[in-house]
Design a binder for this molecule. Structure first.
Ligand code: KG4
Ligand code: ZN
Length: 338
């Protein structure tokens, strides 16, 4: 089964043709990062406009690379939630138009389910059940993936997402948007024990996260140093911050795996590109005798391929949309409505 999938939830206009949820036939990502950099973050209105301008070309290019026509496909898929509403609407309406014109079924895909499915494209042997840490710019979830379309969130952030904390810390140190990757690079040559930052703690659910206190602490540290006219030890601050975030993520993730008896651990989302998170997760898995999976770097960020991978399994479980499909800024990963 060949699916043309469309993704436009944030600042990438992307599309892909995916075969049976596992094979990439073609994939095109048009990023808007350079433009949003000017403002230090994504400007929703600009994102929507750029999606409108790019989507036609991106889809033509995706079909061209696949050497396929619409009539050779079996279905269309689109990210319909969660994300920036104006950005999502561009993809959803384009997909609805294509579906109406071609008669192809339309499969609605939850963006975070797509991030998880990026792993299916890279790891042929990976099948649910597994425990997944989904960490992106807007979300930090621990998800029990019981089956391809059956999920349960057992922990999530009470405030900021891990990616958001990385980006804010990076921006305060003068790094360009999105700063997570630059902070990760700077941290490679820093001393992770040079600054003691508060370990995020929450009461109640032991698997929940909190990153806003840590974010504020690192921002205060940077501002204080700047006010004293000191040269900012960017690498050391980055390394200390990265270590604290990764420890917090992994403490909860591994505790949940131990208690719930999972032996397959999976990373997903933009922050799963973080080199320390990948390394430490692998080490923890080795220690416990668990299997460890994460996407290749090119599939960690937003792309259409991951949407096409998840769409295949949504289709198999009967998740089809009609012309009433609407976009939604928020949506529970476990209980989809469309
Ligand atoms: O999943 P994603 O591409 O978009 C959302 O759905 O939000 O995630 C983007 C986030 C940004 O916050 C970005 O800074 C972060 O992923 N990110 C990283 C790294 N690469 C991307 N954070 C830490 N270390 C990285 N290497
Ligand atoms: Zn994403």
């Amino acid at each position: 089964m060949r699916i043309l999938a469309i993704e436009s939830s944030c600042d990438e206009t992307a599309a892909a043709v995916i075969e049976n949820g596992r094979k990439i036939i073609s994939s095109v990502v048009a990023t808007q990062v350079e433009e949003h950099k000017l403002y230090g973050g994504v400007v929703p209105e600009i994102a929507s406009r750029r999606h409108c301008e790019s989507i036609n070309g991106v889809i033509k290019e995706t079909l061209g690379q696949a050497q396929m026509k619409l009539c050779e496909l079996d279905a269309l898929a689109v990210t319909y939630a969660p994300g920036l509403i104006g950005a999502l609407l561009v993809g959803v309406n384009f997909a609805k138009g294509l579906s109406l014109a071609s008669g192809l079924p339309l499969i609605p895909v939850h963006h975070l389910r797509g991030h998880i499915a990026a792993n299916y494209l890279a790891h042929e042997q990976l099948k649910p059940p597994f425990l997944c840490l989904v960490v992106s710019g807007g979300h930090s979830h621990i998800v029990e993936v019981k089956d391809y379309t059956q999920m349960k969130v057992i922990g999530k952030t009470r405030d900021d997402a891990a990616g958001e904390a990385f980006d804010k810390a990076a921006r305060t140190m003068g790094m360009s948007y999105p700063g997570g990757i630059h902070l990760d690079k700077a941290a490679q040559s820093g001393n992770p024990d040079s600054f003691k930052l508060p370990k995020p703690k929450v009461s109640g659910n032991p698997y929940d996260f909190s990153f806003s206190g840590l974010k504020t602490a690192v921002i205060n540290l940077i501002h204080n140093a700047q006010q004293r006219g000191e040269t900012l030890p960017v690498n050391d601050i980055s390394a200390s911050f990265r270590k604290t975030v990764v420890e917090s993520l992994l403490n909860n993730f591994t505790a949940a795996a131990e208690e719930l008896g999972y032996d397959k651990l999976v990373l997903a989302g933009g922050v799963s590109a973080n080199s320390l998170l990948r390394q430490k997760t692998q080490e923890e898995c080795k220690k416990h005798g668990w299997q460890c999976f994460y996407p290749p770097l090119e599939l960690c960020g937003d792309n259409g391929a991951m949407i096409g991978a998840q769409a295949y399994y949504e289709f198999l479980s009967g998740n089809n949309a009609d012309m009433k499909l609407n976009a939604a800024a928020t949506m529970d990963i476990a209980n989809l409505t469309f």
